[in-house]
Write a protein that binds this ligand. Sequence first.
Ligand code: PLP
Length: 381
Amino acid sequence: MTRPVYVHDLDGLAAHVRTVRAALPRPVELLYAVKANPDPGVLRTLAPVVDGFETASRGELRRMAEVLPGRVPAAYAGPGKTDEDLAAALAAGVDRIHVESPAELRRLGALAIAAGTSARVLLRVNLPVDAPGASLVMGGGPSPFGMDPADAVECVRHPPAGVEVRGVHAHLASGLDAPLAGAVAAAVVRWSVAEVGAAEVDVGGGMAVDYADPTARFDWVGYGRALADVLDAHPGLRLRIEPGRSVTAYCGAYLAEVVDVKRSHGEWFVVVEGGTHHLRTPAAKGHPQPFTVHRRQDADGPRTDGGPVTVVGQLCTPKDILSRSTAAGPIGVGDVLVFAMAGAYAWNISHRDFLLHEPPEFRTGDPHRVAAEWAARPSRS
Ligand SMILES: *Cc1c(COP(=O)(O)O)cnc(C)c1O
């Protein structure tokens, strides 16, 4: 086995999502944003713990129907929904359709009437949120996502036939730490209740994942306390969150074997079989993907001197950089690298057809056990 392998640690994922659920006050509905990782095993593992799934395409609706038949998606979202998309969401009985513009709301109403039903809707609003204690102002600027506050107020005052506007959806930013995410949630709810009398608010996802520290976790307990305060201030409110990355990032690893190491003008390069056509996350986010090294047991090829390395893949582009490290130690041909935090926005966002390399294999289990067995076998077998 030399082909790269994705390993999903589903036991670890189950434990992690249970911790997240336990940190949130019970009335808060925890939805999982399917776009972060729609792997069937991941969806099945999350299903008993999360309150629902947020979908954003007909493909995701199909995936849900195949993997979790009978489980009606909690939300259908996303910009640029066609009539076919909206009709599919209605036909699937999706609990809430998140509407992005006044024109989309009118089209949805007409489709619902034609289907003999009515659509339960949250309006996605692009709110200027000035979170107390944070210098950051999010939303409120020009954006393809959501509608302006004044348009939302108008949609609530004069809704088109065929829709029931139940409240507000806001997904304003990503990479929020818990105090900031809590402040944003409170501000979104304040606006929604005060300006459109919302009975339901979905405050989105975007909880921070720190790729520089694979052991760090978003402070779900602190965030849960902030949401409890929000519920105390607005009794009877139906409150939803829809994280993706912070749920599944930790459960995936990408394993790749070193095929070459070399020095170029004074710097060490490590070339693996694989690359960003399988794991685009570091290229998309502009970070070095954290990795550990399993040394090839029968190694007799060249090794780096233990100094800084750049880890690259097999693509003929200088952008195919998986990682950089100053602390990885010597790395040699045949070693197996385990790239951690590859469970969200990883394989599913990768340009898998670029250069037409073979796809990776997929396994479940403990990535380090798989890597250790791989590194113990004779090279290139
Ligand atoms: C992508 C997305 C999410 C999930 O965001 P994460 O950063 O993965 O938590 C939630 N809601 C909407 C509307 C999104 O587009």
